[in-house]
Design a binder for this molecule. Structure first.
Ligand SMILES: [Fe+2]
Length: 388
């Protein structure tokens, strides 16, 4: 009884381990090792169904006395007699949980008058002897045969006990569960990638919609995004905890940084003459208005920091909040440099765009004043590598 409890505990530990493995080959190796060690058998192996190729991959333990599977024999088709037997409920009706070598003798005897069936069971017997298997245990997902264990004799040449057999049948159903879990994991990962692309496409469309309002800055959002992405690579990594997710947020934030301009009339945005104080006040509200628009989307929380604070200045003289130094989120300080760079390069109703060299000098001279010093350094690095 005590032993039975032990093997249950052991099985539940293995099942937990299996759930974490999303690679079929690794999973096979782990369960084969488990079977060989726990049952003290000469060798063990399994067929694991590969849905993509409609074939079963084979994993075999080396076994103490060495089980020799022919070289290159690492896959089998579903025409294999063992697979056929378990895939056909008429054949395996009384043996859905396990099949012993001795059962086949019985089946041969029972069907000796039906040549086709008798031949089939002889083939099945030969197949078992090819793998030197004495016990076969299948695992099904719904009606599909997902895994087949084949197990050699015990090292002490005793018969399998009920506990031995129960151990493998429970393990087989755990393997099926682990495989379904791995598949689900893969599907979710794929779905996440699709969602990420969908979000990015939506953001790009939105960025274009903002750009169109602005006669003088066509393609501005796209360029700010490009400069930001080039620059961020050269920032010291200790400033960013999760680089991959920071990059994703930065891309979206740069594309949407001026989304708040949606609420500002085009007559003001494109005004060729000097703006009144009221008009300046209104324009200076666009970071806060943008943040309000994105606020309900929790997935864009980090990206929204860039939208909200991209006009803050390192020395505290920016708008609308007057934050300074490290109080300004890093994502906003990057967009700030990229935004200023593109703005100075472009033509305005009241002036021509500046030369690239001049703009770079201007950014450099504003290090620690308008801009975060590390971001300026990263910007200059990207420029020197011709990436901006
Ligand atoms: Fe802006």
């Amino acid at each position: 009884m005590e032993q039975k409890k032990d093997f249950r505990n052991y099985l539940s530990k293995v099942a937990k381990q299996m759930i974490l493995i999303h690679d079929a080959n690794l999973l096979s190796k782990l369960v084969i090792r488990t079977v060989t060690r726990s049952l003290d058998v000469k060798h063990a192996g399994l067929f694991l169904y590969n849905k993509t190729n409609h074939e079963y991959i084979i994993e075999v333990s080396r076994g103490k006395k060495g089980l020799k599977i022919p070289v290159g024999f690492t896959k089998i088709r579903n025409t294999n007699p063992i697979i056929n037997f378990f895939s056909n409920p008429n054949l395996s009706a009384n043996y859905r949980e396990y099949l012993l070598l001795s059962h086949i003798q019985k089946l041969k005897e029972e069907n000796k008058d039906n040549k086709e069936l008798a031949d089939f069971f002889t083939d099945l017997e030969n197949e078992l002897s090819l793998y030197r298997a004495e016990l076969i245990v299948p695992g099904f997902f719904r009606k599909d045969l997902t895994v087949v264990f084949f197990i050699g004799g015990k090292t002490d040449d005793q018969d399998f006990t009920d506990d031995d057999i129960e151990f493998v049948t429970v393990l087989a159903s755990d393997v099926v569960m682990a495989i379904q879990n791995a598949k689900l994991f893969e599907d979710i990962k794929q779905q996440l990638d699709v969602n990420k692309q969908l979000l990015l496409n939506t953001v790009e469309t939105l960025a274009t919609a903002i750009d169109i309002k602005n006669t003088y800055t066509h393609g501005h959002a796209e360029r700010v995004m490009k400069y930001s992405m080039a620059l961020v690579k050269y920032l010291p990594r200790e400033l960013i905890s999760d680089f991959q997710s920071f990059e994703d947020s930065l891309r979206i934030s740069a594309l949407l940084h001026d989304i708040g301009k949606i609420g500002i009339p085009e007559s003001i945005l494109n005004k060729p003459t000097r703006l009144s104080d009221d008009e300046i006040d209104l324009i200076r509200k666009h970071p806060a208005m943008g943040a309000e628009i994105l606020e309900p989307i929790s997935e864009l929380q980090i990206a929204n920091l860039g939208v909200k604070f991209h006009h803050e200045k390192y020395d505290g003289s920016g708008y609308p909040y007057g934050l300074s130094g490290s109080n300004i989120p890093l994502i906003a300080t990057i967009i700030s440099v990229a935004d200023a760079y593109d703005a100075m390069l472009g033509d305005r109703p009241y002036r021509k765009g500046l030369e690239k060299e001049k703009v770079i000098k201007e950014i450099e001279s504003n290090k620690n004043k308008q801009f975060h010093p590390a971001v300026v350094d990263a910007f200059l690095e990207a420029v020197s590598k011709n990436e901006i």
